[in-house]
Write a protein that binds this ligand. Sequence first.
Ligand code: HEM
Length: 420
Amino acid sequence: GCNSEPPVASRECTLSLVRSGYPYISAQCDRLGTNLFLSRLRLKKTLFMRGEEAAELFYNDELFTRENAAPKRLRRTLFGEGGVQGLEGEAHRQHKALFLSLMSQSRIDALVELVEHYWQLRLSYWESQASIILLDELHHILCRAACAWCGIPLHNVDAPEMTKRLVLMIEGGAAIGPKHWASRRARHQTENALIDLIKQYREGLRDADPSLPFATFADFRDAEGKPLSKHVVAVELINVIRPIVAVARYMVFAVMAMHEHPHCREQLSHRESGHYRRHFIQEVRRYYPFFPFLAARIKKDVTWNGYHLKRGWQAILDIYGTNHDPHRWDTPDQFRPERFEQEKTDLHRFAMIPQGGSDHATQHRCPGEWITLALIDLAVKKFAQQLSYNVPPQDLTVDLNVIPARPRSGLILSATRSVS
Ligand code: HEM
């Protein structure tokens, strides 16, 4: 019949993927006229997938599994071992419900208030400086707010050290050599500091607010009444504070987009800009590269769109490419918030997947999506309505082969002042 394996892009693509970064998978798709192709990644036969339809297939958990799918180097740096990302089935559902229980509107509001509080404290420092690097500053503010929000005391490990370690975990995941090792060390140190706190709490030597994530995770009992190990509690707490710090990148991209598109900033400066602001934030999450792709394994032979896909293959879903798929997004490489006027939802299931797709509760989709939207919104309001600042000449290049992406300068701002 006409059924066959997907087209083969190359025998092995690890090096090319590392060299070109985010646009690599899309470039192969465009070249082959397909959204599905085969190659080898670190010698493993791998199916590369891009676009809304392919994303829906990737999230079919009858056919695809995440178990042992993420590369070991990522588990040792970015994710940690034993956490929610690598779980499947009932265990995943239980951990995921815990994360989602932290995301009520009142808890999100509490986080935004804490961020505003630490931001306000830091503002006099900004005003005293000729210039600041916004990415570093937001890492610092978000780290303090995230720890306070979780009920993690910061006097044991001091705040600058904690910030540095979390940033190393965020940036060292994709790195090789010394940066990878520094990232692993940062994870060990942070896990160990948290394990000490959990031990003290469980031995009754330390109090914790029962409504905050620290106690939520430390007190959790599974269906058989078993607690999580101290190590897993530490990994899951880091799974909350680390990505909150990572939202700094989106906040920086939002300020950068306002700088590069002054007409956007103009519209956002009106206080009744809520509707437009939502579209602007969506476009920030669609347009700028962040999490590059997801890994899974095919667990059953399947025929899809005339292609045979085989059990055991590794599968890679291209996040950046899906958000820029020319079949779904008109002029995908232009920054145009207006495009969202025609979109029916803020949280697409498969067409736009910067934080994963499908369902939050039953799939691995990011439970921090609402927090992320709220924090970008805070940054946009601050910078469009409450602060005056200059953007001096600097190198704002976003290298597409640096993962996770950032403007080279980190976004330098000068003469920052409060205007409200
Ligand atoms: C999962 C992106 C913010 C916590 C994910 C996934 C992506 C992602 C792509 C994987 C989805 C999948 O495997 O299907 C992002 C981006 C963020 C962000 C780009 C913006 C900086 C957050 C925040 C939190 C968070 C603020 C927590 C407060 C998590 C957790 C998972 C996850 C715990 C694992 C969920 C699971 O395996 O079920 N995120 N995230 N993320 N994210 Fe986020």
